[in-house]
Design a protein around this ligand. Structure first.
Ligand SMILES: [Zn+2]
Ligand SMILES: [Zn+2]
Length: 264
């Protein structure tokens, strides 16, 4: 089993999304693998304006999670990577970087004393992980309000005759976490008609895209972990409506592309 610390600073060039995605340089690829148990860390506060967004103004740990899968960042020329985050739980209280007896929670190799805290991703021993999570006390697993709003926004209703308000999107298509992971991996261009809503309509529609689950959930024999790279694709609202026009026969992306005269 792997354990690691993920630093998430108040301001950075990395496109991190707490509890959803972690964006990191290639040099940490050996530490960040599927199934890694992580604790989230926030370093020194550099500006007072972040005080209200943090559990503490001091460096601290603020949550735990596991790594789902690791994907290359398609837009990076340096080999940056994304990790999808699963099972995020935010600590109710911050865990400071030193234990009650003054020692650091993290075991720091002697040759790393000065540089240790600069690394955004740090290997952690199983014992150190257990000590941090153990001292964290109660955790919050609930979804923040902003995520619930986003979920409602992404709902889409089919207009099948006689059943005008039938909701057809799956839980996974509505889940804001999977949605954000899928968009980070695939972008916002429709995989069927290749429209980018922002290019077509301008900034007002930038980022408007649905996320479609390519295998209907009901066909799974047992609960399966969603892999946003292979199970979810971005589709524009028009294509999504056509895909689900008939409830009994969801179209495949290939079928839709054939209807549009696009090569498969
Ligand atoms: Zn489309
Ligand atoms: Zn769909």
């Amino acid at each position: 089993m792997h354990f690691a610390v993920f630093a998430e600073n108040d301001e950075s060039r990395w496109r991190d999304d707490t509890g959803v995605l972690y964006h990191f340089p290639r040099r940490y690829a050996s530490i960040v693998v599927a199934g890694t148990f992580i604790v989230y860390y926030k370093g020194k506060m550099r500006s007072q304006r972040f005080a209200s967004e943090r559990l503490s103004i001091e460096p601290h740990y603020f949550g735990r999670a596991t790594v789902g899968t690791v994907y290359p960042d398609a837009e990076s020329r340096k080999g940056d990577l994304f990790a999808t985050i699963e099972n995020f739980a935010r600590f109710r209280n911050p865990v400071p970087i030193r234990r009650a007896d003054g020692r650091y929670y993290e075991t720091i190799p002697p040759n790393r004393m000065t540089n240790h805290w600069r690394d955004g991703v740090r290997s952690l021993s199983a014992n150190d992980y257990a000590a941090i999570v153990g001292d964290a006390g109660p955790m919050m697993l609930s979804m923040p309000v902003s995520e619930v709003n986003e979920m409602v926004e992404n709902e889409f209703e089919s207009a099948e005759e006689g059943r005008p308000h039938l909701r057809y999107v799956t839980t996974y298509e509505r889940d804001p976490k999977y949605r954000r992971q899928a968009i980070a991996i695939h972008g916002t261009r429709c995989v069927a008609c290749e429209i980018d809503m922002g290019e077509r309509y301008g900034v007002y529609a930038q980022g408007l895209i649905h996320v479609h689950h390519v295998q209907p959930v009901s066909t799974y024999e047992e609960p399966k972990r969603i892999d946003p790279a292979n199970d979810l694709v971005p589709v524009c609202p028009s294509c999504h409506a056509v895909i689900h026009r008939k409830k009994a026969a969801t179209l495949s992306i290939a079928e839709l592309r054939t209807m549009l005269g696009a090569p498969n």
